[in-house]
Design a protein around this ligand. Structure first.
Ligand code: CU
Length: 124
């Protein structure tokens, strides 16, 4: 009888230990809690802003381009393995959602209309 009680006590202790391990909060490394990185892009004539700069983002951070242009064109995000293209029209504040960058790297963003590098996204 005494042995049975001891076995039950061990089993109970085990259950308590197990439940203490559950329900931990996630560490938030998936980027879902990061603020959206909004990047303003302006095209006017043969000028563009930014013009070849580097822009820091965090790995997994949501990214949006906010485009203002005087004529239609195309922006190309040279992300790997999947490139992204965004066609914009003449007009102000056109918002495009860019896929978050999943690992530390640099991603070149080009104007294919002007054939120049707009900026580099540096994810870390
Ligand atoms: Cu390109």
């Amino acid at each position: 009888m005494r042995r049975l009680v001891a076995a039950l006590a061990v089993a109970l202790l085990g259950a308590l230990t197990l439940s203490a391990c559950g329900g931990g909060a996630s560490s938030g490394t998936d980027g879902s809690s990061l603020p959206v990185k909004k990047i303003d892009i302006t095209f006017k004539g043969s000028d563009m802003t930014p013009n070849g700069s580097q822009i820091d983002v965090q790995v997994g951070q949501p990214i949006e381009f906010v485009v203002t242009a005087d004529k239609p064109g195309e922006i190309h995000v040279h992300s790997s393995p999947k490139e992204q293209k965004f066609e914009y029209q003449a007009g102000a504040d056109q918002t495009f959602t860019v896929d978050p960058i999943p690992a530390p790297t640099q991603v070149t963003v080009e104007s294919h209309t002007l054939d120049r590098v707009l900026f580099k996204l540096v994810a870390r």
